[in-house]
Design a protein around this ligand. Sequence first.
Ligand code: SF4
Length: 278
Amino acid sequence: MTEAVKFNTDIAGMLEHIDQLTPEQIRKEYKALPKELKQATTAVIYRGNSPMNGDQIMCVVSGIKTKSQNDKTGVMAQASILLANMHPVEGYKTGADEAICGECPLRLNEGSRICYVNVLFNNGSQYKSVTNNEVFMTPRQLAVILAYRQRGIRWGSYGDPAMLPFGLIHQVMSLSGVHHTSYTHQWIQPWFDKRHLVYSMASIDHVNTVDMLMELQDENTRYYRLVDSYENLLPGEIKCPSNSDSRKEDGSRKITCAECGLCAGSNKQAKSIAIIEE
Ligand code: SF4
C-alpha cells in the first residue's frame, strides 16, 4: 500500500472560476459544432498518462446522444477512464488496470473480483467504438452538448476520474451546469489532486475505511460507503435512496441517480451515502 498524503478539503478557494455558459452561448456554440460531433454517441475527450504509473489512458464518454438504459443511473452520459491501448477485459485480467483504477481493492485479486462494473459489455463496447472510429471532442464541446441536451454525466462509470486532470472535469461541470455523479478511490494516493473531492465522493470499502478518510482530510469530505446492510449506519450517513427492493408497479426504481444526484462530491451540502452494491 502506498504511503498516504494528508490533506484537507477546504479547497473552494483553490478553484479557478469558470462562468457557466448562458442559454444564448449554448445555442450558438451547439449550432456551430461539426455535424460529426452532433451525431456522435461516443467520443474521446482526453488522452494522456496515468498519474498512477504513467501508462497511456483515455476518457471515453458514451450516452451523449442516445439515452442510456441503465436501470440505476437513469439517463446520464457515461464517462469511463480506459487504457488507451488495451481492451478493458485484458486490462483487468493482467493487472494493467492499475493505470485507471489505482490500488482499488475491488480489482481482481487472487482470482476474486468485487468490482460490479460489467467491463465486457459496457466498456468493451466503448473501447471498440473508439478503436474503430474515434471521434474526439474538447471538454468545452462536451459541455455545450450536455448543456444543450440537459443531460447529466456520470464520471467513472468505469475507471477512476482522479486519473484525469482536475481542470478537465472542472471545465465540463462549470461550463455545462448539468448534474453529475462521481466516485474516487484515489484519496489515499500521495499524488492525489484533492480538488477532485469537490466533484467526487470518496469511495469507502472493506480496506479503505471512514476512519482512514477522516484521518487524512477534514470532516466535510463526503463519501460513498459500501455496506452489507442498512442497519447501524454511521452518523452523517443516509442510505442510497435507489433501493432495488423499493420499486414502482412497473418494476422500475422509484428514483435513479439522474433524479437523485446526491453523489456529487463535497460541494454538495448533503450527508454521505451508504449503499449495498448490487
Ligand atoms: S445516493 Fe443517489 S446518486 Fe448516489 S448512488 Fe444512490 S441514487 Fe445514485
